[in-house]
Design a protein around this ligand. Sequence first.
Ligand code: ITT
Length: 187
Amino acid sequence: MKKLNFITHNKNKYLEAKILAKEYNLDINWINVEYDEIQHDNLDMIAKRSCEIMQEKKIVEGKFIVEDAGLFIESLNSFPGPYSAYCYLTIGNQGILNLIKSENNRKAYFKSVIAYAFEERITLFTGITDGEITNEMRGEKGFGFDPIFQPLESDKTFAEMSLKEKNLYSHRQKSLRKLFALLSLRL
Ligand code: ITT
């Protein structure tokens, strides 16, 4: 089976990718290394720069991917977006719920940008899933903002879904599927 390296600190991201990759006859190899992610107001730039850092430091042999993802809440002018990791660490899910507690507009979307490095080249693949911020946390599975995000097509939050079910709706499976479809033809 063809292997693709996924550089991430986040085991859940790796597991979501691994289970999906099987559908394309690909295998994901998890690489968890320390590196400095840049601060930027654009997910594309963060993902691309992370990729370049890995290439410069020659951390991995061969083809690899990194991902930057974020939650964009309409009534908060798209906050936390590229600052999602910091927002989650500081105010967390309850903090987000408190910020929009009297807000009727619950619209939000998740965005994933996968940066794929092949030799000198970097290609970006994007996936977006629209949904709503729930009124309270629901579910124990997943990670991050999963307990407060419900995709439009479902009545469950991501945290109430199995990995396979989240992979029917998530932003990440959309960006990954674009890449995997190409790789399964080419690798
Ligand atoms: P990396 O090492 O891959 O960067 P990370 O967990 O720091 O792992 P990101 O910077 O891409 O990931 O994501 C920022 C935050 O957004 C992350 O810490 C989560 O809190 C949240 N997030 C991203 N994708 C999510 C998802 O599918 N479900 C819930 N929360 C998510």
